[in-house]
Design a protein. Structure first.
Length: 704
């Protein structure tokens, strides 16, 4: 096969695993109630069926104070252990192996009562944590050991001790959060005593035949984090204490360096893992921004790690491993690192799913049960198949065509443009969003093997669809005709220096040296980033690691504490003004886990932000605006001022309007309502995004 290292067996403790892929810990939002565990079990079972050798669960707390939020899942009682049987049985039934992750949240607990190594407050938390007294530290060690015992009772093959990402154990390891004066603080030796006692305790209680993985922070990315030497010593120590595997953790949750979003280069942190691998004999697994088999194979063949840990790619495609093994890299639905349906859901208390695979995490829910597992290329279709037309080849249309073809229907996809892709074709041109191109390539290349009849450059009118044009009528029509950019009614809007965003994004128009962007939603922010990125400068997945490290202040040698270095302001090709009518800060409605990265980028690039704007006119002098600001200590008075932005270009990113006129024409032509399925932006343009569009598309198809 094409990935010899990835598919070579390896040993983790007593387990012999068939491939070097670990499915890393993800919080699915199904961990908290015992009643949800059967759903979680089916989610894991499907991934085990898909060939993944070792699965790590989301974090379970060893005691009440360790819970991520009140009511979060624990492994602390016999009842917990019994409830987890359904999970371990399901995974073992498919020939897989599974570790329970033990996570004590420490000062990241979303609770008024938090504990930590010392009395400190996390910048992302509203409350100050209490310092655990020495006796309570010892009790916590015992709770970890007991939790591992319950995990064993539940049938888990082992546990993973969460010692990274800024959770409690990491809070003990780093001087930033550990100012203790007892035997658990002070020297690096003392700071890691808590972790050592946990690993030793679990090993002593469990004996052999039970895997202990430690998710170790390779680099903290916070001020006063650990030094590289301390990290290496911690790795040596956990090996001595009986760990079988070291898994990679990168950066604390409060770190101001992005570590997993799509603008982070591929395998950006594998070099950190490689340093740890050099000093221990137990296997070490790399993680972060590894999404496709060729990246994984590269890491393994460069000897940077013994295995790779991926989490989100298993939301995007449960059969990642089997497809990679069959050399069908392009059949893998790639994770695009958007966080929109996974981590952003975690932070807003919703269960996790996936933008490109809305069935993830809902395998047992209607109507997703009616959709098969995204299958390997096949064109199995029987003669009695329904004729389904999908109109529009954007994300919604592509997803609908796939789902319908996989369900065995005879599918025709109509796209008015010469190429399919819709808004994804634009998104992939945004610096840092190059992965949309991979997702698009995946969807496009799968159409032919699935037997979809693709007709590009064709406007599907009601006559073709209802059988009036010499072709048999379609049984169902999915209207995925998407959106059109909103046009504004401002004096001067027809001037040549005013552009609709698609023309700027696809390169039809090149802007001058001062640009005003009207509208600061997802697209306005993307366009501002595009306009402030030097042309021909690879970004995102393919950016040079060194460039990216300079931009975000990461020390390539991990020399100082926390692995941080001074940030270097990037070269910016032009001045950009970003405007919105609403008051308040720009980008406030961007995703919880991605918005801060975008806001940080805009700031670093010197993008001038204007809120509370009224657009007056555009003329030779530029864009005339009126700005309303709240002033005074109580922000109760408003102050109105007028100004002219002397810009060379104006780009309109003022949202979208639905394009669904086809549905009206189909109804007029007599097509019954239940055979017309309007989805995505065509259904509702407000706040449309690919997540909603794809989900609506596959649900509509499941109901056909
Ligand atoms: P959007 O997020 O709805 O933003 C539209 C912007 O235009 C807002 O800033 C709005 O702000 C402004 N606007 C609306 N009506 C206007 C009018 N009549 N005159 C002037 N300004 C007006 O839409 P979008 O930026 O087009 O993005 C579309 C969707 O794509 C988004 O919902 C987003 O979810 C998705 N997307 C997501 C990402 C991501 O990174 N997750 C990136 C790109 C796109 P004011 O009303 O305050 O002026
Ligand atoms: Fe990846 Fe986005 Fe899916 Fe999350 S929602 S798994 S980031 S594609």
């Amino acid at each position: 096969g094409g990935y010899p290292r990835l598919f070579s067996p390896w040993q983790v403790g007593h387990l012999t695993l068939p491939n070097r892929v670990v499915m890393g810990s993800m919080h699915m939002g199904l961990e908290d109630s015992h009643a949800d565990l059967p759903r979680l079990a089916e989610f894991y079972a499907e991934r085990a069926r898909g060939g993944v050798g070792l699965i790590v669960t989301g974090g379970f707390a060893p005691n009440r104070l360790g819970r991520l939020s009140p009511g979060a899942g624990m492994l602390a009682t016999r009842k917990d252990a019994e409830a987890h049987r359904v999970v371990t049985d399901a995974v073992h039934g498919e020939g897989g192996h599974i570790l329970a992750q033990l996570l004590h949240a420490g000062r990241y607990a979303q609770s008024p009562l938090q504990v930590s190594a010392s009395r400190t407050r996390a910048p992302i938390s509203p409350v100050t944590a209490f310092a655990l007294p020495t006796a309570a530290v010892r009790r916590t060690v015992r709770d970890f050991v007991r939790a591992a015992g319950w995990a064993r009772q539940a049938g888990y093959d082992g546990v993973e001790v969460m010692a990274s990402e800024g959770y409690l154990i990491n809070q003990f390891l780093a001087p930033a959060t550990n100012r203790r004066t007892d035997c658990y603080g002070g020297s690096a030796r003392n700071r890691r005593r808590f972790l050592e006692e946990i690993v030793t305790g679990i090993r002593q209680a469990a004996g052999e035949g039970f895997v202990i993985s430690v998710r170790l922070s390779m680099v903290d990315l916070v001020q006063d984090g650990q030094t590289l030497e301390e990290t290496l010593d911690a790795a040596r120590a956990v090996e001595r204490c009986g760990a079988d595997l070291i898994n990679t953790g990168i950066g604390w949750h409060e770190a101001r360096v992005p570590t997993i979003v799509t603008s982070v280069p591929r395998a950006a942190f594998a070099t950190a893992t490689a340093r740890v691998k050099d000093v221990v004999d137990i296997p070490v697994s790399a993680s972060n921004r590894i999404t496709l088999p060729h990246t994984a194979e590269q890491i393994l063949s460069a000897d940077q790690a013994d295995a790779v840990t991926m989490a989100r790619p298993f939301l995007a495609d449960g059969h990642w491993v089997r497809k990679a093994q069959a050399d069908h890299e392009q059949a893998i639905t790639p994770c695009i690192g958007c966080n929109q349906a996974c981590l952003d859901h975690v932070f807003s208390g919703r269960t996790v799913t996936c933008l490109v695979n809305p069935r993830a995490g809902r395998e047992t829910e209607e109507p997703y049960t009616r959709l098969g597992m995204p299958a390997m290329p096949s064109a199995g279709r029987d003669d009695g198949a329904l004729r389904v037309a999908v109109v529009g080849g954007g994300p919604a249309g592509l997803a609908a065509a796939h789902a319908a073809a996989e369900a065995g229907h005879a599918v025709t996809l109509f796209e008015e443009q010469e190429r399919v892709g819709g808004q994804f074709r634009l998104a992939r041109r945004i610096p840092g969003k190059e992965e949309f191109a991979e997702a698009l390539a995946h969807f496009r290349h799968r159409l032919e093997p699935l037997g979809v009849d693709v007709r590009t450059g064709v406007r599907a009118d009601a006559a073709i669809l209802t059988g009036g044009a010499g072709e048999p009528a379609f049984d169902h029509v999915v209207v995925a005709t998407g959106v059109v950019p909103r046009e504004l009614d401002i004096p001067g809007i027809d001037r040549p220096e005013v552009h609709a965003y698609p023309d700027v994004v696809d390169g039809t128009v090149t802007c001058g040296d001062t640009v005003a962007v009207i509208g600061a939603g997802g697209i306005g922010v993307d366009v501002a980033e595009l306009l402030t990125t030097p042309a021909d400068h690879p970004h995102g997945a393919f950016q040079e690691h060194a460039d990216w490290e300079r931009e975000w202040g990461v020390d390539p040698d991990f020399g100082g504490r926390g692995g941080l270095a001074p940030r270097t302001a990037p070269a910016v090709p032009r001045t950009v003004h970003l405007l919105q009518r609403s008051p308040g800060r720009i980008g406030a409605r961007l995703g919880a886990t991605t918005g801060w990265v975008h806001r940080g980028t805009l700031k670093a690039r010197g993008v001038v932000q204007h809120s509370g704007v009224r657009y007056l006119r555009i003329d030779d002098a530029g864009l005339h605006i009126e700005v309303t600001r709240t002033v005074g200590r109580l922000r109760k008075r408003t102050e109105v001022s007028r100004k002219v932005l002397a810009v060379t270009d104006v780009v309109v990113c003022a949202g979208q309007e639905s394009e669904a006129s086809l549905a009206v024409r189909l109804r007029a032509a007599g097509m019954p309502e239940e055979r017309i399925h309007v989805v995505g932006g065509a259904l509702k343009a407000g706040e449309i995004d690919a997540k909603r569009a794809i989900d609506e598309a596959v649900r509509a198809v499941a109901r056909i």
